[in-house]
Each structure stands twice: as structure tokens, then as C-alpha cells.
Design a protein around this ligand. Structure first.
Ligand SMILES: Cc1cc2nc3c(=O)[nH]c(=O)nc-3n(C[C@H](O)[C@H](O)[C@H](O)COP(=O)(O)OP(=O)(O)OC[C@H]3O[C@@H](n4cnc5c(N)ncnc54)[C@H](O)[C@@H]3O)c2cc1C
Length: 288
């Protein structure tokens, strides 16, 4: 259990971790990995103070190393859901649940584009979590639609449980090597329910399954943490980087324009300081 769980893995998250540790908090960063950060895609950065020229990847590696060297715990995976539980938050990452009194969202700007029909069928034949829902499809045929290599672990789990697993790619990536998983050509375009089955439409035709599992390296903020206030596509925050939920903060591109490294780093710093203050208040209240 850490004082602070930070969901991200870009400059906002690493900055937040560094300051949190300086403020005496233990912290865990949950990240799908640097290749999904906007920063890694930046060829040359010339507007970061103190470093006149550096590639995005090099700057990212330096930030991550600093945070790790200071004692940040790093968990690679997709944070799928955050649930409040008393005065704590439970963050679901793969099969693990991380419990913490405070959470920082440093998710970046990328928003998953959902397939037509996906949102409506979620929980009714469509799932985003193999380990959570796989058992509902015991000995039944399912499809996996994955946008990243992280989907392999869930697909392999489903292969243990379901009668068959067909694997479609939403984005090109390395596929799982498990021979029980059948790779199918065709780009998924839509989902619908028909006669108790989920019908998947691709650019090659249609196929029906008992269940369809969809895996992506990010989750829309409102789905990740129900009740979170949004302003358009961005997460609402005040000047302390506090969201509308107690001890939940956000920083970086996910709070909106401008999408800049220095802004993400500054907001990460503020979020960590606010979290340290509010956790101290919470603990003082418990002692009183
Ligand atoms: C091509 C390009 C060039 C750029 N050039 C510049 C520049 O020159 N100067 C400048 O200031 N800015 C530049 N930027 C913008 C800069 O990269 C971003 O502003 C910055 O990376 C934002 O940092 P962040 O921490 O908010 O998000 P990101 O760096 O995007 O990191 C977010 C991370 O969180 C992860 N994540 C999201 N959801 C989850 C989840 N549920 N579980 C686990 N992990 C999750 C993502 O996969 C990603 O790794 C550029 C961006 C691009 C794309």
C-alpha cells in the first residue's frame, strides 16, 4: 500500500512522483509504458528550461530514472478502474488492487476511440477486463479485440477458460504466441447484439461470439473513475490540481490545453504537494 498512486508514466507522472517522495510520501506509478506517452513521440525538444536540446525519449528516460532512483515503485499495466472504499481508493491493475488514500491522474491526452455499439453493450456481452469477466464465458467462444501487446496476458487467461479465442488487432502490435489463440484478419468496425450473441463486423465480414473482450492501453477518464467531473474532453481541476472527488488530483495533458511538457511537470508538482497536505489532514483527523 502506497500513500499515493499515480496513473500515467509521462512527465506529469514522474514530476508528481519526485515531489511526492521529497514530501515524504511513498508512491506507486502505474503506467502502460513510455511508448504511449506524447513525449516519446517528440523528436526534438527545445523549450524545456535548462536543457536547450534533447529528444523526447531521452528526456522521458531521465525523468523516469530520477523517480525510480528516489524510490518510486513502478507497476507496468493498464489501470482499468478506480473505486472509492471508505477514505481509500482501490485501483484495479490486471489482477492486482492497489489501495491508497490519494490518487493522481496523469493520463495524457489520448482518448480511446470506441467502436460503434461498444459502450451500449459494455456489461452485456462486451467487456474490457478478461480476468474480471472471463468466467462468465466459461466453455464459450469469445473474441479479443486488442490495441496493444498488453492484451496478450488477458487473451491467454481467456484461452484457459473459454472454448475458443479469436484475436483481432485494433492497432498493429506483437501478438501473443499462445497456439490456442486464433489470429483473424479483418479490422473491427462495429458491434451489435443479435439472438443473444455479439455480432462483430469487420472490413472482411461478420462473426458472432458469446462475448467480446476489448483491450486498449488507456481508459476514458469518466470510465476509469465514475463521478469524475469533466470539462469537454479534459478533467476538471482547480488551482491545487484537485478534481471534484476527495484526494483525487489530475495533471498534464489530461487537464487540457496547453499540451506542453513544462505545464505537465508544473501541474505534477502542484498535485503532489496538494496530495501531501490532504493526506496529512486526513491522518490528523483520524488521530483526533
Ligand atoms: C510529436 C509530439 C511533439 C511534441 N513536442 C513537444 C515540444 O517540443 N515541447 C513541449 O513542451 N511539448 C511537446 N509535446 C507535448 C508533450 O509531449 C506532452 O504535453 C506531454 O508528454 C504531456 O505529459 P503527460 O504526462 O500529461 O502525458 P503523456 O506524456 O502523454 O503520458 C501519459 C501516459 O499515461 C499512460 N496512461 C494513460 N492511461 C493509463 C492507464 N489507465 N493506466 C496506465 N497508464 C495510462 C499513457 O499510456 C502514457 O504513457 C509534443 C507531443 C507530441 C505528440
Amino acid at each position: 500500500m502506497s500513500d499515493l498512486v499515480i496513473i500515467g508514466g509521462g512527465p506529469g507522472a514522474w514530476s508528481c512522483a519526485v515531489t511526492a517522495i521529497n514530501r515524504g510520501l511513498s508512491c506507486t506509478v502505474v503506467t502502460t509504458g513510455k511508448k504511449f506517452s506524447g513525449l516519446t513521440k517528440a523528436h526534438l525538444i527545445t523549450n524545456y528550461p535548462g536543457i536547450p536540446e534533447i529528444s523526447g525519449e531521452e528526456l522521458m528516460d531521465r525523468m523516469e530514472k530520477q523517480a525510480r532512483d528516489m524510490g518510486t515503485e513502478v507497476i507496468e499495466g493498464n489501470a482499468r478502474q478506480i473505486m472509492p472504499s471508505g477514505d481509500q481508493y482501490m485501483t484495479l491493475v490486471g489482477n492486482d488492487i492497489l489501495t491508497s488514500p490519494a490518487v493522481v491522474l496523469a493520463l495524457g491526452a489520448a482518448r480511446p476511440k470506441l467502436l460503434p455499439g461498444e459502450e451500449e453493450l459494455l456489461g452485456h456481452g462486451v467487456s474490457w477486463c478478461g480476468t474480471c469477466d472471463g468466467m462468465f464465458y466459461r466453455k464459450k467462444p469469445v473474441a479479443v479485440l486488442s490495441a496493444w501487446a498488453g492484451g496478450a496476458e488477458d487473451a491467454e487467461f481467456l484461452a484457459n477458460v473459454c472454448s475458443s479465442v479469436d484475436y483481432y488487432t485494433l492497432q498493429p502490435h506483437e501478438k501473443p504466441s499462445d497456439e490456442r489463440i486464433r489470429f483473424v484478419d479483418g479490422k473491427p468496425t462495429a458491434l451489435r447484439q443479435e439472438n443473444g450473441q455479439i455480432v462483430l463486423t469487420t472490413d472482411q465480414g461478420e462473426a458472432a461470439y458469446s462475448g467480446v473482450f476489448i483491450f486498449r492501453p488507456s481508459v476514458a477518464p469518466g470510465t476509469l473513475l465514475p463521478g469524475l467531473q469533466l470539462e469537454g474532453n479534459a478533467i476538471y481541476v482547480d488551482r491545487r490540481m484537485a478534481t471534484n472527488l476527495p484526494r483525487v488530483y489530475a495533471c498534464g495533458d489530461c487537464t487540457g490545453q496547453p499540451l506542453q511538457i513544462a505545464k505537465a511537470v508544473g501541474e505534477g508538482n502542484v498535485a503532489a504537494i496538494s496530495a501531501a497536505q490532504d493526506i496529512a489532514e486526513l491522518r490528523k483527523g483520524k488521530q483526533a
